[in-house]
Structure formats: structure tokens, C-alpha cells
Design a protein around this ligand. Structure first.
Ligand code: CP
Length: 315
């Protein structure tokens, strides 16, 4: 494996799950693989889970790790091509990326969607520059349109908790006070489509995700109807794709609560975290025995380690 930007980069779901299972069985069994290898983690945006789990995964494999918080620890970096650099960004990605690449064997990048330039976001202009100029493998730690390490961890978690071969998995939009990217939702749909699961997406009208993610996926605008018989409820907020980056609704009736969970087949509750309690999900649901958000977050270490293992083996 060269880069990890989307599900298209893994050999297959079955192979990725098999690697994840082995890693989880003994996460220190491959500690010689990364000896004298270095991973640099670049953050354009905040993180708790991604930063810690990816660093831990690299360390489990024997790698050295360095973390750079762009705009805090280093120079502000210009990402637009062809601009006159007379503003507050003294260095361009075109120099910064190959320099970073010269110090390491793998680069992890977190660069969220701007939400004000749909074309630039959906062309993945920042992470694509890393792929073009780094000279070493690039791992997405959430880019503008996808969060594949999260989706892989979500898949591992569902596999561990499913009670039937073909569980019903429902991705539900939920309200949030701020505009958020579509990356987690896009990516979750992309990964779930590759499984045999029954996938249903529910959201208010206007929150349709991009067609190329949603092709063939069932959308149910009635949230309660969507929840009926569900085995997994995956909650997430996202801003509108068509009215790009806009908040069209803050309707609190979309919050996942105990009454709605009662319509499901004793469903497990999932969210990638961080989560706003009593906006996205009620305390009663996230604190219930059916909430698997902590197991899901713990599996971020496993998904990251499985990905890094596959990349290291192909270096
Ligand atoms: N789920 C997730 O990516 O968490 P962080 O933003 O804290 O890394």
C-alpha cells in the first residue's frame, strides 16, 4: 500500500479486517517493522483521538514519531497555487511538503474542508499536494471529503458487535451549532457500501450528500422510520453539500434519544467523537449499555496500526 486516502487504497475489506484482527490480538508483535523509520503527523486542525491513536499505532510498530501543528508550531503555510504571497503565510506547501518528506518515511495529514470553496475541498487540493510533493507515503488523518481511519475503525467496531451477518446500519444526521464538513459521513457511507450490510441514511431535506458517495444508497427522510429495526445507529452532523457549508436546520427533534432508540432492534449507538451531548445524542443514550463510542474510539489505534503496517510492509 502506498498512500491511504480512501477505501480505494486498501487491498480489500477482508484483507484490511484480517490485518486489524491480527494487530488487535497482539499489537506489539510487529514492533521490528518500523525500527529506524519515522512518521511525521501534520495537523492543520485540532484533534484528540486521531493524534493520540495514530502516534500510538506508529509507536506500537517501533516507529519514531514527530507532530507538527501547522499555524501554531511552524510557519503558516500557503496552499493556493499561483498566488502572490504578500499575506500572512510566509511558506508554500510546495517547499514545505518535500522538506517534511525528507525527514520521514510516512506523513500523516489532517486538513479539514474549508467549507467556503466547494471545488477546492472536493478536489482535495491540500492532501493532493502532499501526495504530489512528499516523496513518501501519505496517510489521511481526515481530509476535506473523507476520514478513512475513522471509517475503518467504525467497520472494525461493527464487525465486533454485530449479531447478524447483515446488520441494518443507519447513519443519521443530528443537529450541531456550527457548520461541520461532510467528511465523516461521506467516508462512512463509502466504507459501508463495500460491505453486505443494509445501509440507510436519514437526514432533513437539504442535507443530501454528494451523489458520487450516495449512488445506490437508501435515503429515508423520516428519522423514526429509518430507525425501525436498526442494529446500529451512527449519528453525525454535517453541513449542507448543495448549499455548500450552510446550516439549514438546528432542529433538536433530530437528537438521538431513548424513545427513538426504542424503535430499533436494540441497536448499538455509535459516534466518531467529539460529540455534543443533548444536541447530537441524549445523555441517556450515550451513557447507556448500548453506547459503543469508547470501543469505537479505541479501535482508532487498531485501524491506524493496520494501515501503517500495510504501508511499512510495502516501503
Ligand atoms: N474522531 C476523530 O477524528 O477525533 P479527533 O477529531 O479528536 O481526532
Amino acid at each position: 500500500m502506498k498512500n491511504f486516502i480512501s477505501i480505494k487504497d486498501i487491498p480489500s475489506i477482508d484483507k484490511a479486517l484480517e490485518v486489524a484482527k491480527k494487530v488487535k490480538h497482539d499489537r506489539f508483535a510487529y514492533k521490528d517493522l518500523g525500527i529506524n523509520k519515522t512518521m511525521i503527523l501534520i495537523f492543520f486542525n485540532s484533534s484528540l483521538r486521531t493524534r493520540l491513536s495514530t502516534q500510538k499505532a506508529a509507536m506500537n510498530l517501533g516507529m519514531n514519531t514527530m507532530v507538527l501543528n501547522v499555524n501554531q508550531d511552524g510557519w503558516k503555510l500557503e496552499s493556493e497555487l499561483g498566488v502572490i504571497m504578500d499575506g500572512d503565510k510566509p511558506e508554500h506547501l510546495k517547499e514545505a511538503i518535500p522538506v517534511i518528506g525528507s525527514y520521514c518515511d510516512i506523513i500523516g495529514v489532517r486538513a479539514f474542508a474549508s467549507l467556503d470553496d466547494k471545488e477546492a475541498d472536493y478536489q482535495e487540493r491540500i492532501i493532493q499536494q502532499f501526495i504530489d510533493y512528499a516523496g513518501v507515503p501519505v496517510v489521511s488523518m481526515e481530509a476535506a471529503t473523507r476520514h478513512p481511519l475513522q471509517s475503518f475503525a467504525d467497520l472494525i467496531t461493527i464487525e465486533e458487535h454485530k449479531k447478524t451477518a447483515r446488520p441494518k446500519v443507519v447513519l443519521t444526521w443530528a443537529p450541531h451549532p456550527r457548520p461541520l464538513p461532510q467528511a465523516v459521513a461521506n467516508s462512512f457511507v463509502e466504507w459501508m457500501k463495500e460491505t453486505d450490510y443494509e445501509l440507510v441514511v436519514t437526514h432533513p431535506k437539504g442535507y443530501e450528500l454528494a451523489d458520487h458517495f450516495m449512488e445506490g444508497v437508501t435515503v429515508e427522510y423520516d428519522q423514526k422510520k429509518a430507525f425501525e429495526g436498526a442494529d446500529f445507529i451512527y449519528a453525525k452532523n454535517w453541513s449542507a453539500y448543495n448549499d455548500y457549508g450552510q446550516i439549514l436546520s438546528k432542529d433538536r427533534s433530530w437528537c438521538v434519544d431513548t424513545e427513538k432508540m426504542g424503535l430499533t432492534n436494540d441497536a448499538k449507538f455509535m459516534h466518531c467523537l467529539p460529540v455534543r451531548r443533548n444536541m447530537i445524542v441524549s445523555d441517556s443514550v450515550i451513557d447507556s449499555k448500548n453506547s459503543i463510542v469508547i470501543e469505537e474510539a479505541a479501535n482508532r489505534e487498531i485501524s491506524a496500526q493496520a494501515v501503517l503496517k500495510m504501508i511499512l510492509e510495502d516501503l
